[in-house]
Design a protein around this ligand. Structure first.
Ligand code: PGA
Length: 247
C-alpha cells in the first residue's frame, strides 16, 4: 500500500499573514500518520519551508519551467523551487493547461525537470465536463497519462492527481463509483508501463472537503487528495488530514 498523501494547493492565494494557518496546522497535526504537502504561491515558499522545517509537512511549488535557468521572464525553475525548500511541484494542473495552454508534452518536460532537480512531480490529469458527458473520459485519461508522464517516473518521484476539471472549485464531486472507475483505470494503465505502479500514489482532486473526505478516501486506489479551496484554512484542511489518516 502506498503511503497516503494529503496535498494542498493554495493557487494564487496567500500573503505572509496566511502563514498563521500553517502554524496552526503544524500544531494540530504534529504526527499526522500520512504525508502532508502544501503548495503555496512561490512568493511564500521559502517562508513556509522555514516555518515548517521542524515538522513533517512538505512544501512544494505549483508549477515549474522545463529549463533549469535562462531568459524566461516570470518563470521559476525546479532547481529554484528546490533551493527555496520545496520537495515537490505540481505539474499540469488544469488551470495551467487552460490559462497557459500547457500541453501533455509541456507537462512531461516540466515533470522531467522536477525529477532532475530532485523534486516529486504531482502530475495532474482529468476530463472536462464535455468529455465526461460525451463518454470519452477514459480515452482522455489515457492520452494524458501517455503524454504527461516521463518514462523514468517511479513511485518515489511521481504522484498522479486525477482531477475532473468540472469538479475543481465547483462543489460538484463525481460519485464514488465514478472516482473508483477512473482510479482503477489509471492504476491499470500505470501498471502496464511502470514496474512499481502499485506503489504510485493516486490522488483524487476536485471539491474535496471535510464533509466528503471519508467517502472519497474509502474508494479503492485513492491514496489521498489534492485539495484547493479547503487547504487554505487549518480548520478545513486539518479534518481532511484526519480523515485520510483514519481511512
Ligand atoms: P478545489 O481545487 O479543491 O478548490 O476544487 C482542487 C484543485 O484544483 O487541485
Amino acid at each position: 500500500m502506498p503511503r497516503k498523501l494529503a496535498a494542498g494547493n493554495w493557487k494564487m492565494n496567500g500573503t505572509p499573514a496566511a502563514l498563521t494557518e500553517v502554524a496552526a496546522l503544524c500544531a494540530a497535526h504534529s504526527a499526522p500518520g500520512v504525508d502532508v504537502l502544501l503548495c503555496p504561491p512561490a512568493t511564500l515558499l521559502a517562508q513556509m519551508a522555514a516555518a515548517t522545517q521542524d515538522h513533517a509537512l512538505m512544501v512544494g511549488g505549483q508549477d515549474c519551467h522545463a529549463n533549469a535557468s535562462g531568459a524566461h521572464t516570470g518563470d521559476i525553475s525546479a532547481q529554484m523551487l528546490k533551493a527555496a525548500g520545496a520537495g515537490a511541484v505540481i505539474t499540469g494542473h488544469s488551470e495551467r493547461r487552460t490559462d497557459h495552454g500547457e500541453t501533455d508534452a509541456d507537462v512531461s518536460a516540466k515533470s522531467q525537470a522536477a525529477y532532475d532537480a530532485g523534486l516529486i512531480a504531482v502530475i495532474c490529469i482529468g476530463e472536462t465536463l464535455d468529455e465526461r458527458e460525451s463518454g470519452t473520459t477514459l480515452s482522455v485519461i489515457d492520452t494524458q497519462l501517455a503524454g504527461s508522464i516521463p518514462d523514468n517516473a517511479t513511485a518515489a518521484n511521481t504522484v498522479i492527481a486525477y482531477e475532473p476539471v468540472w469538479a475543481i472549485g465547483t462543489g460538484k464531486v463525481p460519485t464514488t463509483a465514478q472516482i473508483g472507475e477512473v482510479h482503477a483505470h489509471i492504476r491499470a494503465r500505470l501498471a502496464a508501463r511502470f514496474s512499481d505502479a502499485a506503489d504510485m500514489r493516486l490522488l483524487y482532486g476536485g471539491s474535496v472537503k471535510a464533509s466528503n473526505a471519508d467517502d472519497i478516501f474509502a474508494v479503492a486506489d485513492v491514496d489521498g487528495a489534492l485539495v484547493g479551496g479547503a487547504s487554505l484554512k487549518a480548520s478545513d484542511f486539518g479534518p481532511i488530514i484526519t480523515a485520510l489518516s483514519n481511512a
